[in-house]
Design a protein. Structure first.
Length: 400
């Protein structure tokens, strides 16, 4: 199997050469292309955007707005639908604080699922508290997939907004987002999809999915931290009030009257993350250059290998058992705390994530407080998987 590890300079560093990195779901390592593009931009074309009439500012503005087009193409839409944010978290908060405060009223229902990241729970619970609305949750099946019967039943209560993850950050489960959106629309709801774990692994098309809003975060997508994307249907973005006020989001400001810029500028107050956004576009160039066929085949092969190893591992409880999933696996070694296992793995040069993974309601549904999570990305190799499995055996022997 081909390895793509050579694209990631962090593994050339002497202290990381033997590292098996299994935490891409938390944050992906950065490809050389992204690092180089950001470096080149800062040493050749950087200035503030949208303001200056001089050459550098024009170049910087072009790079920033080209990045918007690159992101739009990446998810099958056009640039008028793309708002840049600091993160997926900020994008969800933006929706809650604009569309949410405008439309969610006392007695309304917001429907989530039990597999959400806190980023797709807390802003809605805060909004519901403020508005006197109620938050409900669709439940899961024992294999870690969404119980569609529970989802359909919950839709019978006519929620005003339905927010769900495209892919679970804990289990790797891929939700049937297209069907879920269409069912939610039939029930009269607006939909928000958290695509943070989907964007780096699944080819996205906003027209096909048809969600009203879709968000993802740059740093899991091989881009830099401090970058996020909010996709919104144009008529919704146009009708939403601004959230944060400041420079760049206005048309005119008088002492007693302000008119706002059109979306997306209306939602991008202040100097944006110019360098990060250019880096985010570079991460998409990196993925496009590899091609979705190659990415999906590569990650599927690695996932199948790791899944088979985990299923055959005696004394291991695997929580990620959905048929339709990406390479994110949650498990525990029976009778051993996940943190103790992670410490042994660290000594063996294996980086995994442990804890509740910002998904405490999901942990409750799974009947545990913590898991070990191993997630696959484009930097993962077959050798990394062998290193993880042999290190898990070591940990079991030492701690069991
Ligand atoms: C499914 C999911 N949603 C949202 C987030 C939040 O991403 P960020 O912290 O970049 O806003 C994460 C990060 O772990 C995630 O996995």
């Amino acid at each position: 199997m081909e390895s793509f590890k050579h694209h990631f300079p962090i593994f050339e560093n002497e202290s990381n050469q033997a590292l098996a990195y299994f935490d891409s779901a938390s944050s992906a390592q950065k490809p050389k292309h992204v690092i180089e593009v950001m470096n080149r931009f800062q040493t050749s074309s950087y200035a503030n955007v949208h303001r200056g009439l001089y050459r550098l500012s024009a170049e910087s503005t072009t790079a920033y707005e080209n990045a918007r087009r690159t992101v739009a193409n990446f998810i099958g839409t056009d640039e008028n639908h793309i708002v840049f944010t600091r993160s997926a978290t900020e994008a969800i908060n933006l929706i809650a604080n604009t569309w949410g405060t405008q439309h969610i009223k006392a007695g309304d229902i917001i429907l989530l699922t039990e597999m959400e990241h806190h980023a797709n729970i807390v802003p809605w619970v805060m909004l519901a508290k403020q508005a006197g609305a109620k938050v409900e949750y669709a439940s899961l099946l024992p294999d870690g997939s969404l119980d569609m019967k529970s989802y359909e039943k919950a839709l019978e209560n006519n929620p005003k907004l339905v927010a769900f993850t495209h892919v679970s950050n804990v289990l790797g489960t891929i939700n049937s987002v297209k069907d879920m959106v269409s069912q939610a629309h039939n029930a009269g709801a607006i939909t928000v999809i958290d695509g943070s774990q989907a964007a780096p692994h699944i080819r996205l098309n906003m027209v096909d999915i048809d969600s009203d809003f879709y968000v993802f975060t740059g740093h899991k997508n091989y881009g830099p931290t401090g970058t996020g994307v909010l996709y919104g249907k144009k008529e919704l973005l146009d009708a939403m009030p601004p959230w944060q006020g400041g420079g760049d989001m206005i048309e005119t400001v008088a002492f007693d009257n302000i008119t706002f810029a059109k979306a997306p500028a209306k939602f991008e107050a202040g100097t944006p993350n110019i360098v990060g956004t250019v880096g985010l576009a570079a991460s998409i160039e990196f993925l496009n250059a590899l091609g979705w066929g190659v990415i999906e085949t590569h990650e599927k092969a690695l996932s199948e290998k790791l899944e088979a190893e985990l299923i055959n591992f005696n004394g291991l409880t695997l929580y990620s058992r959905a048929v339709n999933k990406i390479g994110v696996f949650s498990f525990n070694l029976n009778g051993i705390h996940s943190s103790d296992v992670a410490m042994v793995l660290d000594k063996c040069n294996v980086a995994v994530r442990t804890g509740h993974h910002c998904a405490q309601p999901l942990m409750k549904a799974l009947g545990t407080e913590h898991t070990i999570r191993a997630s696959i990305g484009l930097s993962t190799t077959e050798d990394d998987i062998d290193q993880l499995i042999s290190s898990l055996h070591k940990a079991q022997k030492m701690l069991g």
